[in-house]
Design a protein around this ligand. Structure first.
Ligand code: SF4
Length: 249
């Protein structure tokens, strides 16, 4: 059974949520001309946002993090997006020397050994490349939704990150059913791993399929307690510590 067959469902207010998401993106483009990027994880939500950006020809750049640990199915979406929409996806990779040094010191499976090592891995493979993506930009767009986890229950359509940039979350009020209904209606390309019960797709070592009834986020960093499951991409402006609000990426 495909993810569309499993999840796509029309619920009241869907069209209004699509309109609102578009309005959020239009606002992002208007308020940050030439200085806003969609940080796409290439997951289902982000593919919806990319489709909205392309369909409405919004001047919002696309950027993704190639951590070096992604599934082949995930990276294959980059040329798919470029061919389908005629847009360029900026690809940000970690500094090779940092990765080589980390792996030499801690091994390929360091992320399973401690939260600290896992966060160090996320730091060099995700946070540092993200900082390059966001350099010279005043705003970014993410696929965060309130429904994704308890920690994301307060996600706003726009908010400030810890660096004072505006982060737009156009799908904040969307359900998983909305995401898949949009994908179905518009024939949006998506990661085939979603058809294999991977709701949230990140790096291969840190992502797994879930069973029916399991929480979406249980497929990510499943060996860690829920509160630790963050990689640091989404830090609020008013956080006093690196309390990670969570990331789809
Ligand atoms: S998600 Fe896993 S493999 Fe990817 S950067 Fe974080 S710890 Fe490393």
């Amino acid at each position: 059974m495909s993810a569309i067959e499993l999840y796509a469902r029309e619920t009241r207010g869907f069209d209004a949520r699509v309109e609102n998401a578009l309005a959020v993106l239009q606002r992002a483009a208007a308020e940050h001309p030439g200085r806003v990027v969609q940080a796409t994880s290439l997951g289902a939500e982000d593919m919806v946002i990319t489709d909205l950006i392309a369909r409405h020809r919004l001047p919002i750049a696309l950027g993704t993090l190639q951590t070096g640990m992604l599934h082949a199915e995930t990276t294959a979406l980059i040329p798919t997006i470029e061919a389908r929409y005629g847009l360029t996806v900026e690809v940000y990779e970690p500094v090779n020397e940092s990765v080589v040094t980390f792996v030499r010191q801690h091994g390929e499976r360091a992320m399973y050994e401690s939260i600290e090592l896992r966060k160090n891995c996320c730091g060099l493979r995700k946070l540092e490349p993200l900082s390059r993506m966001l350099k010279d930009r005043s705003a970014w767009v993410t696929g965060m939704r309130r429904e994704q986890s308890n920690d994301r229950g307060a996600v706003e359509f726009s908010e400030l990150d810890d660096k004072g940039r505006t982060k737009f979350n156009p799908l904040a009020d969307w359900s998983w059913a909305d995401v898949w209904l949009y994908i179905q209606r518009h024939g949006v390309p998506y990661n085939p791993l979603h058809d294999q019960f991977f709701p949230s797709i990140g790096c291969a070592p840190c992502t797994r399929a879930i069973a029916v009834g399991e929480d979406f986020r249980s497929g990510r960093w499943w060996w860690e307690a829920e509160g630790a499951k963050e990689c640091g991409l989404h830090v609020h402006a008013d956080d006093t510590s690196i309390s990670m609000i969570g990331s789809h990426a």
